[in-house]
Design a protein around this ligand. Structure first.
Ligand SMILES: [Zn+2]
Length: 307
């Protein structure tokens, strides 16, 4: 240490003449990477895919996870789960898409089909841990978890640009028999959470009568089966309203479609576009096309999926 090179070191000869002049020592400052905040005006326009998904989620989480009860907040913290950012699923059918694989006309899977809604919003694919949480709501009568998941879904719907005025939330109906056997109206609980966040009325505008389980039917028969079992009830006139149709899981979409078509059939008409009813279909989880066949409710014996 004593026999060091006589290099012009800083500090020792402060103020002394030095030649050649030394470059000032760059002070290394650590600046954290700038956080990309979501666009300020999210209303009316779909939010583009956030780049730093995790960072964005953390910030968003701080803002709106507060009203969520500790159990769900803790689970999210523990598992690192986050809802899908916009852009990883099709806005039209809710199916998974890669970058630039979908536009306002849909994705490859739904481009040639007609869907009876304007927009589809989901929390994520039907995989764990979301899948397990949804099953818990449905089969262990944990209503509170359903409401909390509904709140998260409500936030996504809000961020997707749902209108603020003349919006109502309609839960997918459960048959009386299933509701009694399960002890919980799971879609109703989820819809309650959605309605709370959107500050919109919850309208139970649909009813469902018992029909063979969708699971026992071929995909082609599911549509007819669902259409037969779902009917519109009540006298509410929803023309001019945006209906947020809420379900827990979208499998083939046959049930949601039947519900949307039933609502359209009853509330058709309106002279101007503003007078017509608009529908947004929303589900907590969407089953990927390749796993629909294997879609089962493992761990929940006697479980009977409806969608
Ligand atoms: Zn699509």
């Amino acid at each position: 240490m004593a026999k060091q090179e006589p290099e012009p070191t800083a500090g020792a000869d402060e103020g002394a003449f030095l030649w050649p002049p030394r470059k000032p020592v760059a002070v290394e400052t650590h600046t954290p990477p700038a956080f990309e905040a979501p666009p300020a005006s999210t209303a009316g326009t779909p939010v583009p895919t956030p780049t730093g998904g995790r960072a964005l989620w953390r910030a968003v989480e701080r803002c709106w996870l507060a009203p969520v009860a500790p159990p769900l907040a803790e689970r999210i913290e523990l598992t690192g789960w986050a809802p899908d950012p916009f852009g990883v699923f099709c806005d039209r059918c809710g199916g998974p898409v890669g970058p630039h694989e979908a536009d306002e006309f849909g994705c490859a899977a739904c481009l040639t089909t007609t869907v009876p809604w304007a927009r589809f919003v989901r929390l994520g694919p039907h995989v764990d841990p979301l899948r397990a949480w949804v099953h818990e709501v449905k089969f262990t009568r944990w209503r509170r978890l359903g409401v909390d998941l509904g709140r998260l879904l409500g936030e996504r719907i809000r961020l997707a640009g749902a209108p603020r005025e003349r919006v109502c939330v309609v839960p997918m109906p459960t048959t009386f028999r299933r509701r009694m056997s399960r002890g919980v109206d799971h879609a109703g609980a989820i819809a309650e959470g959605v309605a709370e966040v959107l500050d919109a009325p919850l309208v139970r505008a649909l009813a469902r009568s018992h029909a063979p389980s969708q699971r026992s039917l071929a995909p082609t028969e599911r549509k007819r089966n669902a259409a037969k079992s779902i009917r519109v009830r009540g006298k509410a006139d929803l023309r001019g309203w945006t209906v947020i149709l809420v379900d827990d899981v979208r499998t083939t979409g046959a049930t949601l479609e039947a519900a949307a078509r039933a609502l359209r059939g009853r509330h058709r008409g309106g002279r101007t576009p503003a007078d017509r009813m608009k529908i947004w279909a929303c589900a907590l989880a969407v089953v990927a096309p390749q796993s629909r066949r294997g879609e089962s409710q493992e761990g929940f014996p006697g479980a009977d999926p409806e969608g």
